[in-house]
Design a protein around this ligand. Structure first.
Ligand code: ASP
Length: 338
């Protein structure tokens, strides 16, 4: 009897393996068995280092990855010196600060907020939408009202610094209007970034989040890629997660974060998967990339086993990883060299 049972179990296991191979996900077998050991945090840009610190501390104390993502992102949202996210984010062309954010966990729960005004922590509004509504995304005044109903305090997110930067932009836009400025364009170049933060907790559960004020001087009402599930952020608890930063419109055309996670599902490493999406973006946007030296798009990816990757169109993108007790900044590989 025992032997028969052993054979039957073996046969069932064999069928499982065959089915996975037929579906084109042979490498997943290993990924499914081996969850990451200990916490891992991966985030975009150098400000990610500070966000990682908070997330790591929470994860080390046993928090789940969703809390770690939300509270890591708070660090960047709350810092007025970071002019592309949350409080102090540069405004749109009408001098209004509008914010985008998204959050997703290992169980496919997700929430996001687009073009919200006057709320400092859009990542938490996104989480509320995820946990307290049947929707995934709210935008504009509806999102604001929802946040207020949940006790978020409306506040002015325009700092004096970002107002002055806006004024500089306005005055230098054209010499055929009636605004006259000091013609100092220096602080106008670095005008968009996103915090994307992916985390794995001690139990191997992966979550991710994004938050940004989007492109400075954008048309009022513009929503970028960051709050769109599958574009700016995607998490598949059985595979891994990805997030993006850069020109949101370029990312929308290729549904980049989903492409990264799906490529991992099909057997690519996080690094290979990021490069797959960047190659696709370059293919689709070759003219714009050639014409505009600032045209940038980048991805970070984390497999549920704790392997990380990052890639960008151009040189300059950095990501921060906290793993095995070390928090470190990495230069991402870039694929456009002309
Ligand atoms: N992806 C953001 C947006 O398009 C901006 C950025 O990350 O640079 O809104």
């Amino acid at each position: 009897m025992k032997r028969r049972e052993f054979i039957r179990k073996g046969a069932v296991a064999g069928v499982g393996t065959y089915a996975a191979t037929k579906l084109g996900i042979p490498k997943l077998g290993a990924a499914r068995q081996k969850a990451a050991s200990g916490p891992v945090v991966l985030s975009t840009w150098d400000f990610g280092l500070r966000a990682n610190e908070v997330s790591w501390k929470l994860l080390s104390a046993g928090s789940n990855s969703l809390d770690a993502v939300e509270q890591g992102i708070w660090v960047v949202e709350n810092d007025p010196a970071i002019t592309s996210i949350g409080y102090g984010g540069l405004p749109d062309e009408t001098m209004k600060v509008t914010l985008d954010a998204a959050i997703m966990d290992w169980r496919m729960n997700c929430g996001s907020v687009g073009c919200i005004e006057g709320i400092k922590n859009p990542i938490s509004v996104a989480r509320k939408i995820m946990e307290r509504t049947k929707h995934v995304m709210l935008s504009g005044s509806g999102a604001h009202d929802f946040a207020v109903a949940h006790g978020f305090k409306p506040e002015d997110l325009l700092t004096d610094e970002s107002r002055k930067t806006w004024l500089n932009w306005k005055e230098n836009m054209s010499d055929r209007d009636d605004w006259v400025g000091p013609h100092d364009m220096d602080d106008l170049t670095d005008n968009h970034d996103t915090i994307g933060l992916l985390a794995i907790d001690k139990k191997g559960r992966i979550s991710g989040g994004t938050s940004t004020s989007g492109m400075a001087w954008k048309i009022h009402g513009r929503v970028g890629d960051s709050p769109i599930i599958g574009v700016g952020l995607y998490v598949d608890g059985k595979v891994g997660a990805a997030a993006s930063t850069g020109v949101g419109e370029a990312n929308m055309r290729i549904v980049g974060s989903f492409l990264v996670v799906e490529s991992m599902k099909n057997g690519q490493t996080p690094q290979e998967a990021c490069e797959t999406a960047i190659r696709r973006a370059i293919e689709v946007h070759s003219k714009q990339i050639k014409a505009d030296k600032q045209f940038q798009l980048a991805y970070i990816a984390l497999s549920r086993t704790g392997e990380a990757g990052g890639a960008a169109i151009r040189k300059g993108f950095q990501y921060a990883m906290y793993k095995d007790g070390i928090n470190k900044l990495y230069d991402a590989k870039y694929l456009y060299t002309q």
